[in-house]
Design a protein around this ligand. Structure first.
Ligand code: GL2
Length: 822
């Protein structure tokens, strides 16, 4: 790029005075507030508007640059983008955080207080949605041309409260607080069709008698760190296409006149609160099609604006990543446009799709692999169902037939349409198969997981297309998950290895490796430990405020924060805590360090056992925290309404990171990476990315325990009776009996029955089998804690060894092996 051009795209940086001036201007002219009246909420909004101005200016410049360079763009299609608070992150990425701090101070306001006023945009459930947000950050930071496409839900993930220890959900109307980030773009609105029927006219399929919904885009600027690139996250909101039916309005039938509109608006109302859990509702399918159809139409329009109508160049300019199967309907949608609107023949349309699409698998859990009833798709998207049949026919009768001639059994196994097992059952469309057939690459999200995708989920596909299934290990953005959330540690690292362009770990996390040289250094250990201690003091204040529980920063902070799911095994952690409590009751003078067990987790509202586990943890917490006999040696904290902004406060304060899923169930995990990056030691199974974390930090610097994937398979094969373990382990038996006894919940003695039944009546997640090894691993944790030099050495090695787990590395892997962009 010429020097001239670089200048053309350069940003202006704002100093504190300019910022203060702009803040005042927005307070008075955008918000109509006098300086004297403004509180932190108004300052938050005014500063956000200043940053938005910067963001918009840079988005415009990024667009010009991309248009000039005519590079391939990646479109990341995801039903979830769990972005978290944006103001602090954007200030950091734009390099004006300290200037903003100074500007606010000059106005007599504390920036940290102001930042606390932002409501988390909770447009995701957990890891999958948060990963999409980290990827957007990395795409911008790496100057890769990218758009994120999703839904602008009116209600994000529900808010969680506890009543008598039970989870209570309430709606999260996050935008009502004001959200300066999204910018409405009426010029780019889309009209999409649903329902209706397909007829043939002059040899062409015509989809007619449809209902229409309008998709209104809201653009959120996504800033990169240390770059002028600002990408766009385009979120669609559904609206009625026709507006009021005025005649019925005049006749006083107001409700009726609005009914079409209300239905259309429903589409983008709520995020389904299921994580690794089925959500097979018609509205969910409509949500999927709605955002996919808007996005595909939008990206085609952009392609045509920039390149004209020539479809031969389309795949060179467009890469579309399907984040799980949720956007899989994009495959027949693009086929429909190519065939029905652009007159391209089937085989060419399919090969264009295959060049453009790739699909990320995020789970092996059978219940989370989406299947839609064929009848439902036929009703909502009749043309798409026909196209799915065409794709399936071609796939089975040419590709499968060539590989396995005459093998009808194989055709049945690989068919995108699953035949019912019982007569009268429904035919189901396997969205994962549709995604594999329609893509050129399919990736798992950690080495172990990708291996299992090849061997257990899609073995036949792997035989048919040996190069299609690949791995891209997940990562997290070091900007939010170290620099922003743990500024003292970030500074210590800068002071130790430098912050100039060559050494900046924020841009190249492998630079952290240099910290390994200091792992044994007593002075460095002291500083590292002091920072953790400070973070713990700050977090203890949060716990006091939210839960009114006193915890000591000298205790071991042992943390499990993630969605509540039986495979993640919060129940294993609980059983062990109950055992620790009983050990203390038996011997109150036991010489053990103080321990605080901290939980944060939401359960899907319809997931009974998960909710029971939350209830049980809260009841145990109440008992333990109020028992003077154990002299504060044990505390249990369950933070309500776990979300990204809370994670930012918990993770820097953690000593121990609980990553204890049943081996083979957690595809990757990303919390595991965030904790290790912030110097917590992991207790975990050989599952998901834990395996690679152990490789990076070394076996001596992590507490690995429990059955491996192979051992789990062997045990299932042999057959397993949880009662045998229960009867042979006295401590375990005692705690399960205690749970079942009703003692912890006298007003509802059977409250924990669903959990006890799940453990003793099958124990599918092998909680009891792994109990003893888990308890032993915890004994080792205590032993290590009692040797501070060893503990801090291990903690430092953890931070220093996380270079691999930057989402920048993940994105470069995608760019090279999947998108052909680097
Ligand atoms: C998940 C996996 O469960 C999790 O292990 C992984 O880290 C993330 C991101 O790849 O994806 N799959 C899934 O369906 N959800 C996840 O969080 N909801």
């Amino acid at each position: 790029m010429s020097a001239n051009k670089t200048e053309q795209y350069a940003t202006t940086t704002l100093d504190a005075d300019q910022l203060a001036h702009s803040i005042k201007r927005h307070l008075q002219q955008s918000l109509g507030v006098d300086l004297e009246e403004a509180g932190p909420a108004e300052y938050w909004e005014a500063l956000s508007l200043v940053v938005r101005e910067q963001g918009l200016d840079l988005i415009r410049k990024t667009r010009h640059k991309e248009r000039d360079e005519k590079a391939r763009r990646v479109y990341y299609l995801s039903l979830e983008f769990l972005v978290g608070r944006l103001l602090g992150n954007n200030l950091h990425n734009l390099g004006i955080y300290h200037q903003a701090e100074e500007a606010m101070a000059n106005l007599g306001v504390n920036l940290s207080d102001v930042l606390e006023h932002e409501t988390d945009p909770a447009l995701g459930n957990g890891g999958l949605g948060r990963l999409a947000a980290c990827f957007m950050d990395s795409l911008a930071t790496l100057d890769l041309p990218a758009f994120g496409y999703g839904i602008n839900y009116r209600f994000g993930l529900f808010k969680q409260d506890f009543a008598g220890g039970k989870q209570v959900e309430s709606p999260d109307a996050w935008r009502e607080e004001s959200c300066p980030w999204g910018i409405e773009r009426p010029k780019r609105k889309q009209l999409i069709k649903l329902y209706g029927r397909v007829t043939e006219r002059a040899g062409k399929a015509v989809w007619e008698d449809t209902q229409e919904i309008l998709g209104m885009p809201w653009d959120v600027p996504v800033t990169g760190y240390g770059t002028d690139t600002v990408n766009t996250l385009r979120l669609w909101e559904s609206r009625a296409a026709e507006g009021f039916d005025l005649s019925s309005f005049d006749e006083g039938r107001y409700q009726e006149s609005r009914s079409g509109e209300i239905q259309a608006e429903n589409v983008s109302q709520v995020l389904y609160p299921n994580d690794n859990h089925p959500a097979g509702k018609e509205l969910r399918l409509i949500q999927q099609y709605f955002f996919v159809a808007c996005s595909i139409a939008d990206l085609i329009a952009r392609y045509k604006r920039e390149n004209g109508d020539n479809w031969d160049g389309f795949a060179e300019k467009v890469a579309i990543q399907l984040n799980d199967t949720h956007p899989a309907i994009a495959v027949p949608e693009l086929m429909r446009i190519l065939m029905d609107e652009e007159d391209i023949v089937f085989s060419k349309a399919l090969s264009i799709c295959r060049e453009v699409f790739s699909y990320t698998n995020h789970t092996l859990l059978p219940e989370a692999l989406e299947k839609w009833p064929q009848n439902l798709i036929t009703k909502v998207l009749p043309r798409h169902m026909q196209i799915i049949h065409m794709i399936n026919y071609h796939f089975l009768h040419t590709e499968v037939e060539t590989q396995w001639p005459g093998d009808n059994n194989m055709k049945r196994r690989l068919s995108i349409i699953e035949e019912p097992e019982r007569p009268g059952g429904q035919q189901m469309v396997r969205m994962a198969y549709l995604s594999v057939v329609g893509s050129h690459k399919v990736n798992g999200v950690a080495a172990l997981h990708s291996g299992l995708v090849k061997t257990t989920l899609f073995p036949e596909f792997n035989e048919l297309w040996p190069d299609k299934l690949v791995n891209v290990t997940n990562g997290v953005t070091p900007r939010r998950w170290l620099d922003y959330c743990n500024p003292e540690l970030a500074k210590l690292i800068d002071d130790t290895i430098g912050k100039d362009e060559k050494a900046d770990w924020r841009k190249d996390l492998s630079k952290l490796d240099a910290i390994n040289a200091y792992a044994d250094d007593p002075a460095f250990q002291k500083k590292f430990a002091a920072i953790k201690h400070n973070n713990k003091i700050r977090f203890a204040a949060v716990v006091k405020e939210l839960c009114n529980i006193d915890i000591s920063p000298d205790a071991i902070f042992d943390v499990q924060i993630k969605r509540l799911h039986e495979y993640k095994r919060q129940q294993l952690n609980l059983l062990h805590i109950m055992a620790l409590y009983r050990r203390l009751l038996d011997n109150p003078d036991l010489d053990v360090p103080q321990r605080v067990f901290i939980f944060g987790a939401k359960a899907a509202p319809g997931y009974k056992v998960a909710k029971t586990i939350i209830h049980a943890i809260n009841r145990v917490a109440e008992r333990v925290n109020n028992d003077r006999r154990i002299k504060d040696k044990l505390k249990v904290v369950f933070l309500p309404n776990y979300r990204v902004s809370l994670a930012e406060k918990i993770i820097p304060a953690a000593d121990v990171s609980e990553q204890i899923s049943t081996a083979g169930f957690e595809a990757s995990g990303t919390g595991n990476m965030k904790f290790a990056l912030n110097g917590a030691l992991t207790v975990g199974t050989l599952d998901g990315a834990n395996v690679e974390i152990a490789e990076e930090v070394g076996d001596d610097n992590i507490f690995i325990y429990g059955l491996t994937v192979e051992e789990v398979a062997e045990l299932r094969h042999r057959g397993y009776n949880p009662k045998d373990v229960y009867n042979s382990n006295a401590e375990l038996k005692a705690v399960i009996d205690w749970l079942a006894s009703g003692d912890l919940c006298p007003e509802e003695p059977d409250a924990f029955r669903p959990l006890v039944d799940s453990l003793l009546g099958g124990d599918y997640f092998l909680t009891l089998v792994d109990y003893q090894a888990y308890s032993d691993a915890h004994d080792k944790i205590v032993e290590t804690w009692n040797k501070p030099e060893l503990w801090w050495k291990m903690a430092i090695i953890n931070t220093a060894s996380m270079g691999k787990f930057s989402s920048d590395r993940s994105i470069m892997d995608y760019a090279k092996t999947i998108w052909n962009m680097a």
